[in-house]
Design a protein. Structure first.
Length: 186
């Protein structure tokens, strides 16, 4: 028996490239990006722009706005369409403005080793606000960025909140997706 026959056959794993499919005559789809903007949000904005999707980002301050605008400059799509709405998740009116006319929304609420990056004490209120605005604006798709280990039985309040938020998102009238990642650093 040779060493070759003892090896397990490992299937080749090919990266999946997500494509935004837009029918002929259909205008560029718009995705609202809310929550953490400086790191995750600006990276997502650039990825969406590269796919030909326009982005409307909710930016709480000038540094978030600059991060999103820089992402647009780095986009491979020279016709990148980006809109900035200045405000925060604390304002249902501002969140409603961000959702108006959007095809989808990505709510980014990453968790680091120190806990949730933004709005840790009001996270579930933010989730309710985003869901209400998305449903009222007839947003078709809602993506919620959750955390590995999200569980109602977790010892961590942050992970319990993430699990409760996932349940709220899954109960909404939008087509929903919950994406779980480990702690983000960088």
């Amino acid at each position: 028996m040779t060493d070759e026959s003892n090896k397990l056959a490992v299937p080749e794993i090919k990266p999946v490239e997500l494509q935004a499919v837009v029918a002929p005559g259909e205008s560029r789809r718009k995705v609202a990006v809310v929550g953490e903007i400086l790191f995750s949000g600006s990276a997502l904005a650039r990825a969406l722009l590269d796919q030909g999707v326009s982005v409307r980002a909710l930016c709480p301050d000038e540094s978030a706005e600059q991060a999103v605008l820089q992402a647009a400059k780095l986009s491979s799509d020279s016709t990148a369409a980006i809109e900035i709405v200045r405000g925060d998740l604390d304002s249902p009116q501002v969140v409603a403005t961000v959702m108006k006319g959007a095809y989808g929304v990505a709510f980014l609420s990453p968790i680091t080793l120190d806990g949730r990056l933004r709005h840790s004490t009001t996270h579930l209120n933010d989730v309710h606000c985003v869901i209400n605005a998305a449903q009222n604006a007839a947003v078709r798709k809602l993506v919620y960025h959750s955390a590995l280990g999200a569980s109602l039985k977790s010892a961590s309040a942050t992970l319990r909140d993430a699990a409760e938020a996932e349940m709220l998102v899954q109960a909404c009238r939008c087509e929903d997706f919950c994406v779980r990642t480990g702690p983000l650093m960088g």
